[in-house]
Ligand binder design. Structure first.
Ligand code: AHG
Ligand code: MN
Ligand code: MN
Length: 339
């Protein structure tokens, strides 16, 4: 049954006091921007015929033209909304002040991955956008006041530009999925109260890095591959290479997604503020677990705006198995353990 429009849904949630008027307005503005981003993603092949020069982002990664175009679209909508002060974006080294010259202060800031999985765009594989909204604890001065951890997030969501365009959203009252009705350019509630299955039979990891994985991860992968039909083993391996697509499948079908530390990324590759924290918030709200191996992702202290962390998330029982491998290893080696 197709439900309310996103506007109707947010109005009802404000009426029921599950979310503030300002946060609901920011969600609607970000969603309007995502509808435009969805359009440029769909048009990419036509526009890329005049591909301009490649640029490199703060992580030393090749930037796709759409990475920047998507960022600019979100910035223009957030500036117009006049409800957010700072934007931390994957595609910009510095913190973006959205209220330049505007006397009105705002207590909200946004962390954003404007286009996730952008290396997949040119081969027509699903990509997405990931966002997190938080409230500064004190009135903003002329610099960004770092949040202490992901527990301070007020809203987390992602857009998936796939066979259809979806918004998956949480603000502490469950996880809800909305699908874009392209005929009227409106998101409609199609997946109310998404609940992550407690266990699953799919694991997602880039096994090209196996040689560099921590021992616990290699032990877990061996477990996933053993022949034990009574326990639904071996699991299926699925890896899209777009975090949003891999996490969306995990959220709906159950399973586990892992991006541990590797030789190239000794602290993991995925960024805490605009990939791991929002995804961890959604996964926990849906009944799953998200850890770095030793700690819940949402408890990890924020040290800088582009910090990366190892990320293991998905069905509660599956992630718990990985947690226990780290726990056993830490007890054997008397390492610090906080889960
Ligand atoms: P982004 O396109 O925003 O840089 O994110 C890419 C990320 C994430 O989407 C995906 O899970 C991961 O990179 C894949 O990394 P590998 O290609 O190293 O597996
Ligand atoms: Mn990303
Ligand atoms: Mn990105």
């Amino acid at each position: 049954m197709i439900g309310n429009s996103l506007v109707q849904h947010m109005n009802a949630e404000v009426q029921a006091d599950f979310i503030s008027t300002d946060l609901a307005a920011i969600i609607l503005d970000i969603s309007s921007a995502a509808i435009v981003v969805s359009g440029i993603v769909n048009r990419n092949v036509f526009d890329s015929l005049n591909e301009d020069k490649q640029t490199i982002n703060t992580h030393g990664e090749r930037q796709h033209r759409l990475d920047i175009q998507a960022q600019d679209i979100f910035i223009s909508y957030l500036k117009k909304s006049e409800k957010c002060k700072y934007l931390i974006s994957e595609e910009c080294d510095d913190i973006i002040n959205l209220m330049n010259g505007n006397l009105q202060e705002s207590v909200y800031s946004v962390c954003l991955d404007p286009l996730d999985g952008s290396s997949n765009i040119d081969v027509n594989v699903s990509v997405g956008s990931i966002f997190s909204i938080f409230c500064q604890q004190r009135q903003l001065i002329d610099r960004w006041n770092p949040i202490s951890s992901g527990q301070e997030q007020r809203v987390a969501g992602y857009f998936l530009y796939g066979t259809s365009t979806m918004l998956v959203l949480s603000y502490g009252h469950g996880v809800h999925g909305f699908t874009l009705d392209v005929n009227v350019k409106e998101f409609r509630l199609t997946h109310p109260y998404i609940s992550l299955p407690k266990t699953g039979a799919i694991y997602a990891i880039n096994e090209g890095n196996t040689e560099d994985f921590p021992l616990q991860i290699r032990q877990y992968l061996a477990y996933c591959k053993q022949f034990d039909p009574e326990n639904n083993l071996p699991y299926k391996s699925r890896y899209v290479g777009s975090m949003v697509a891999d996490m969306h499948r995990t959220l709906l079908k159950g399973g586990i997604f892992l991006y541990p530390s590797t030789g190239m990324h000794t602290n993991g590759k995925l960024r805490l503020l605009y990939e791991c924290n929002p995804m961890a918030y959604i996964i926990e709200q849906a009944g799953g677990l998200a850890i770095d191996g030793m700690r819940p992702i949402l408890h990890i202290p924020v040290l800088n705006t582009h910090q990366t962390v190892p990320f293991i998330a998905g069905s509660y029982n599956m992630v718990k198995n990985v947690l226990n491998l780290y726990k056993n290893e830490s007890i054997n080696n008397h390492l610090y353990y906080s889960c």
